[in-house]
Ligand binder design. Structure first.
Ligand SMILES: NC(=O)c1ccc[n+]([C@@H]2O[C@H](COP(=O)([O-])OP(=O)(O)OC[C@H]3O[C@@H](n4cnc5c(N)ncnc54)[C@H](OP(=O)(O)O)[C@@H]3O)[C@@H](O)[C@H]2O)c1
Length: 254
């Protein structure tokens, strides 16, 4: 599908990757932005709705608002996400459930509300922002990476089952992008992309019909190699990296 003159809903557009995507796409398309906070840089091609993806009625209301202004919806991008540190010494199943409700079940709510129109129209796009690390966890990352693995496997099945229905599917797998989320986790790397650079790359890849949008290339290659390592080797590798970072940490932090 040509990404021009289309109406796209972006879930999770008040900051970070979703915000940058909304700005980029609104240059040539109509964009409905959906998040709990308002979209910060409105323009004539943007219609903002404040809602929560855990609330299906909010999503239905946003779709109605969007259709009453622009008649049809051509697809959606799910860029909603929250990070969470998993601490098994103070483990609460409800914390993980809450994270799943936002990172995974919110996508299912969005899908349930938009998919019937796309199936009827026999055209449209569905894109999700997952992550480069899909079938591996990291220390303290059980909950967050659990939500990403669930999303990846579900999305793969969705793509398989709806092949030949005229809908195009895109899985966006960022490595490191400078956003409020990565800043809150104190992630720092010279491989970090800006939101704008990530958004331009994503839009370019969607136009090229590249269904797996993984970036940057060097981190993509690194994580793909980790995916095929035997578990025992992966565990040793992560342990040695953790030991190294503890050895290099100033005494006051240890
Ligand atoms: N940044 C990275 O390096 C990186 C790497 C890999 C994957 N990702 C993934 O990329 C996606 C976007 O993250 P980001 O880095 O751009 O973080 P971000 O700036 O924190 O954006 C997250 C977005 O999700 C929205 N959101 C959260 N809970 C919501 C809810 N219940 N209902 C509606 N909207 C909700 C937030 O808006 P409100 O708070 O206003 O609702 C915000 O617009 C996430 O899925 C994240 O896991 C990011």
């Amino acid at each position: 599908m040509d990404l021009k003159d289309k109406t796209i809903i972006i879930f999770g557009a008040s900051s970070g990757i979703g915000e940058a995507l909304a700005t980029e796409l609104s240059k040539n398309n109509r964009v409905c932005t959906f998040s709990r906070r308002p979209f910060p840089k409105p323009n004539d091609n943007i219609l903002n709705f404040e809602g929560d993806v855990r609330n299906k009625q909010n999503i239905k209301d946003a779709i109605d608002m969007c259709k009453s202004k622009w008649a049809v919806i051509d697809g959606f991008i799910y860029s909603v996400g929250q990070a969470q540190i998993t601490d098994f010494k103070n483990f609460k199943a409800d914390d993980v459930k809450n994270l799943m409700d936002t990172n995974f079940f919110g996508f299912l709510n969005s899908l349930e509300c938009v998919l019937p129109d796309l199936l009827k129209q026999k055209t449209g796009i569905i894109a999700v922002v997952s992550a480069l690390m899909l079938n591996r966890s990291l220390p303290n990352g059980a909950s967050y990476f659990g939500t990403k693995a669930a999303m990846h496997v579900f999305f793969e099945g969705l793509r398989m089952d709806l092949e030949n229905q005229g809908i195009e599917f895109f899985e966006i797998r960022p490595g490191l992008v400078d956003t409020p989320m990565s800043r809150s986790m104190e992630v720092k790397s010279d491989k970090m992309w800006s939101g704008e650079k990530a958004a331009q790359h994503i839009v370019k890849q969607i136009k090229r019909k590249e269904t797996d949008i993984s970036f940057p290339l060097d981190l993509k290659i690194l994580t793909q190699s980790m995916n095929i390592l035997p578990d025992s080797t992966y565990f040793k590798l992560i342990k040695s990296q953790m030991d190294k970072s503890f050895r290099n940490r100033p005494k006051s932090e240890s």
